[in-house]
Design a protein around this ligand. Structure first.
Ligand SMILES: *[C@@H]1O[C@H](CO)[C@@H](O)[C@H](O)[C@H]1NC(C)=O
Ligand SMILES: *[C@@H]1O[C@H](CO)[C@@H](O)[C@H](O)[C@H]1NC(C)=O
Length: 577
């Protein structure tokens, strides 16, 4: 009798039903994980009129994208994605700007970096006077007796002279001071800190460490490798609140740089405590995840000696704890660093002719741990910088793969920095992932020549193009806080290989294309951590994590390799600015 009314009632009932269903996932974050996109979902947001680079080879560029329930629904032309719009759908006109998938930083020390942000920043300091001034300023704003902590200094930036306590003792008589070198293998203590730690002229070097001394045997304040613990053990531990704030600070910084996912390789450094990663996992990450305070997605690697703990945990929880927190695998160290002359090489260091560097983990222990971790299904990542360390790990990976049998294991080498001739091809052949950090080129181009000799450095340093040509999966990252967390800078460096003061590229034949660099920070990085089903490209069904860049055209971006982040979206929601 009243057909129009019946239809209206039916319609409103249908709308109520649709609203109820589509709001369900918001109630329970875990729902996202099992949620499969429905073909007919309505878009919450349509992004249009831009240059959308997807990192998905099936459709690399598009001008529009539809987002719903935090996921990418459709990518293509405007009329195609518009089919999913209704009265609730918001539109974002990009005005021709570039959009890329949210960046994935494949190697960061996230909590450590966030803690360091609250300390004296010495990264980039290139004058002794500036170094001194920053500590002076910090003393002014510190309470008497409190520790002054800082890090990131690099003596190579002011000509190589190592700092000493005498630089800062005059004005730090009331505060112990500890300042880490950028690579974390060395630090400077002032005399107050040395006294607290009981380090004197008569102290012996601990095994695996060095107390640097003047000609008359007095400690200079510099402590290397395990000797760092002498002072480190005196520094009050970071409180839970400090570490939680560190996560928030680190997350906000990451988002401002377009980073929406990080791989946190932990707070473990050679000679340090291996428990920190687990303490941070429970106190900081699980806490933030449970209270829905996570802002970037984090994939965690834990010290390899704790493999059975991780394997048990994954058996109970699976790899994804939520849409924010993922259990990645285990990490170990093969060698040290180039900056501290402890990366392991076939040939000795030119500036230290008795020294080939060192294996920091006993080869048999490392093999045993890798066999067990791999057999229990864990992904394994091992730090290797020197050419010899890289070959040893590739040999070992090959032995482990043949012992444990075929599977999709995705072994990783972290840094893969100096590679002997023939080695780049082995990564692709063996299916080993190279997890590299382009911006280390900015610090190393100068010093690698000095430490290895110009020829050797040019043959074997940061061989990104050779790795790609050999079909290796090359995942990119920053190693933050060792280098800045800044994918756009890393991309520029991978394309140009030119440190700021250089006129020419360092090893121009190893420059890579914009597309390869973008993939290194997106889809390749996702594959390198088994996250390619969730993130890494703007493909239907994946999280709608994306970044709007300031560059006006793709040509401009490709040519100058420079752009800045205008906005960062996570799960389709603006997270920066
Ligand atoms: C828009 O995309 C759809 C789906 O890919 C395609 O069928 C259609 O031809 C496109 N329209 C235009 C104007 O290019
Ligand atoms: C490695 O494992 C083998 C066999 O399980 C064992 O005999 C050997 O002692 C282990 N070596 C080390 C250094 O742990």
């Amino acid at each position: 009798m009243f057909p129009s009314m019946n239809i209206r009632m039916l319609l409103s009932a249908a709308i109520v039903l649709v609203l109820a269903i589509s709001s369900l996932p918001l109630l329970d974050p875990k729902y996202f994980l099992s949620w499969k996109p429905r073909v007919s979902t309505v878009a919450d947001l349509i992004v249009r009129n831009g240059v959308i680079y997807t990192s998905d080879d099936s459709l690399l560029f598009a001008d529009s994208m539809a987002v719903g329930n935090g996921r990418v629904l459709r990518v293509g032309n405007y009329s195609f994605v518009q089919e999913l719009a209704d009265y609730r759908t918001k539109e974002l006109d990009l005005g021709g700007k570039i959009v890329v998938p949210g960046f994935i930083d494949s190697h960061v020390h996230f909590i450590y970096g966030g803690l360091q942000m609250a300390q004296v920043e010495l990264r980039g300091v290139n004058k002794k006077e500036d170094f001194i001034k920053r500590i002076k300023d910090a003393v002014k704003s510190s309470k008497q007796g409190s520790w002054i902590l800082g890090g990131g200094w690099n003596n190579d930036l002011w000509g190589g002279d190592l700092p000493s306590a005498s630089w800062i003792d005059d004005f730090t008589q009331n505060n112990p001071v500890w300042l880490s070198r950028m690579d974390g293998h060395m630090g400077l203590a002032n005399s107050v800190a040395l006294k607290l730690a009981g380090v004197t002229k008569y102290s012996k070097d601990p095994p695996g460490g060095t107390i640097m001394r003047t000609a008359s045997g007095e400690p200079t304040g510099l402590l290397i490798d395990s000797a760092k613990k002498l002072v480190g053990s005196q520094i009050p531990e970071d409180s839970v609140d400090d570490r939680r704030e560190a996560l928030l600070r680190a997350s906000n910084l990451a988002l401002s740089r377009g980073v929406t996912t990080v791989v946190d390789v932990g707070r473990y450094l050679p000679g340090g405590s291996s428990d920190l990663s687990w303490v941070d996992f429970s106190d900081v990450y699980q806490w933030a995840d449970t209270l829905l305070k996570m802002k970037v997605r984090v994939c965690l690697f834990f010290p390899m000696e704790t493999w059975s703990h991780l394997a048990d945990l994954i058996k109970r929880t699976g790899l994804a704890l939520s849409q924010w927190l993922y259990l990645g695998g285990v990490k170990a160290f093969a060698d040290g660093s180039l900056g501290s002359n402890s990366a392991l090489f076939y040939e000795p260091y030119v500036d230290d002719p008795e020294n080939h560097g060192l294996l920091v983990t006993d080869a048999e222990v490392l093999l045993n741990l890798t066999l067990k971790s791999d057999l229990s299904g864990l992904q394994v990542a091992i730090h290797a910088i020197g050419d010899r360390a890289n070959d040893l790990i590739l040999d070992m990976y090959s032995l482990v793969a043949s012992t444990n049998g075929m599977r999709d294991r995705r072994f990783r080498i972290e840094h893969a920095q100096q590679l002997a001739s023939g080695t780049p091809g082995r990564f692709g052949k063996q299916g080993v992932i190279a997890s590299v950090q382009p911006d280390h080129i900015l610090d190393d181009a100068e010093s690698a020549g000095r430490k290895l000799g110009k020829d050797r450095a040019e043959k074997e340093s940061y061989l990104f193009k050779s790795l790609l040509d050999g079909n290796a999966l090359v995942a990119m990252g920053s190693d933050w806080p060792v280098a800045d967390i800044n994918p756009l800078s890393g991309i520029k460096t991978a394309l140009t290989r030119r440190p700021p003061t250089w006129e020419k590229s360092w090893i121009p034949s190893e420059c890579i294309s914009l597309e390869d660099a973008l993939k290194g920070y997106t889809i390749a990085a996702a594959r390198a951590s088994f996250l390619e089903k969730q993130v890494g490209s703007l493909s239907p069904g994946k999280f709608a994590d994306f970044v709007i860049l300031s560059a006006d055209s793709w040509e401009e971006f490709a040519e100058e390799a420079s752009a800045s982040v205008e906005a960062t979206y996570v799960s389709g929601v603006q997270a920066y600015p």
